[in-house]
Design a protein around this ligand. Sequence first.
Ligand code: FAD
Ligand code: SF4
Length: 507
Amino acid sequence: MTTGIWVLGDQLWTGQAALSSCEKEKKQTPVILVESRCYAQQRSYHRQKLVLVWSAMRHFASELRSAGWLVTYSIADDFQTALLNWIEKNGIREVRVMTGNDRPLMQLIQNWQLGCSVRFIPNNHFLWSAAEFRDWAQGRKRLLLEDFYREGRKRFKVLMNGNQPIGGQWNFDKQNRRPPQVKLETPQPLWFEPDEMTQSVIDAIKDENLTNYGEIEPFRWGVTRSDAKAVLEHFLRICLPTFGPYQDAMVTGEETLWHSLISPYLNLGLLNPMEVIEAAQKAYFENELELNSVEGFIRQVLGWREYMHGIYHYLDKDYRENNWFNHSEPLPDFYWHSDQTNMNCLHQVLIQVEKTGYAHHIQRLMVLSNFALIVGVDPQEIESWFHAAFVDAHDWVMVSNVIGMGQFADGGILASKPYASSANYINKMSDYCKNCAYNRRQRIGEKACPFNFFYWDFLARHQEKLKSLGRMNLALGNLLRISAEELEKIQALAVDWRQNHLLSNIN
Ligand code: FAD
Ligand code: SF4
């Protein structure tokens, strides 16, 4: 019986479960990778996301060929036609696919008739399988990241001294929230020049005009496992030693600061999460690095990444439809066109996303997502935007991060309070407010910062719901100190802003 393997676009490493299952017979095993034009047009994508995924797939196909696999690389209108042709041509009786991470694609595949059996091999790209996460989660009142992370540290013996965390504490976050008050000497990120193969993908996407968001050039992402390993090594050597202190800082013109830039590679399979964690741990011991930096980084990969993936598969498939605040405003147009806003924080971050498809965590959470939340944007609409705008976006990481963490649309399954803030936070953690047309101190008046009036408007609109979350009491107490007259002005500003910036979207 001929078995063929279909490698999905985010499963690009030779140790993935489907390829591993046929490793011994690789010279007789047909393998296919498919670039589907229809799938790429079902939603908007950043131009660089398409270049990244398709160039990485083409490079991986060529690596597999060199290693002896019988590889077909198909550029097709849709997945099904390409697969049917390949199945027929190679007399395939069983197609093996490593179970995909994204539910919509899995549902699509399960509904196809390919005329042969399709066998899903359990996904081995995460440290916790869906079943292991379920065992951990079932029966718990709260699915707290901190509990999950500690369990992960013990289970995988990371930064542990027997049963105790190295350094006597699990978490050093308090040392990792330094505002950028002084001029920072920041490291240079490692970028790449496109090779011929990448350039041909860039040219094809330009010619076919497949998507219209984001700048396609300069394209500087890595597209192979060796590029991804070089980015990891660069990070470990140059950025990890001081990753912690300014992890939450935002600085004009500084796109990457000490962040690792490995999410696109991890999410495509070009890096493996355990190799990243082990390399960081090794660097800690060998180079005597600061624990707050190393623990802070390891928590992102061993904690947050695994937790978001586990939650996505653990919770109901309708989780993505949650809308606890019943928010229904359209997304402001300027999210798609950075030049259409004079709010400097949003303007700076949006320009960066257009140029690179990347922003770091606090830019995503406390600028882009925070603003949509306090304005009252429909959570599914802002989720779609995030999916379109980022090169590292995939359904599993998007739904939990945007619906759960960013928009609090699940009413608190994932976070204990909404990540909503006024200009105070942005001013403390960035230099954006210094060069803004708005006044960060004002919540009413002509120059009032929209983050301010929307923040108080948000608290006022939802105070009944927010009262049920103990952690919002301080903020709600502050709301009560605002006079009725001032609150009325705040709410009028919010209404005006929506009328000027959102209604035009709908018309
Ligand atoms: P670093 O700051 O160097 O962190 C190291 C690694 O930790 C990241 O590469 C990533 O793999 C992992 N990580 C940290 N936090 C998370 C998290 N919350 N969820 C998953 N992995 C995490 N991450 C994505 O990979 N794709 C997305 O589309 C995405 N969208 C997001 C949208 C919102 C609203 C928010 C709040 C977060 C989002 N994140 C997403 C998580 C996080 O912001 C990015 O993983 C991180 O900014 C990537 O940059 P980096 O590799 O330089 O990360
Ligand atoms: Fe953003 Fe307001 Fe600061 Fe301007 S003043 S940068 S809009 S937070």
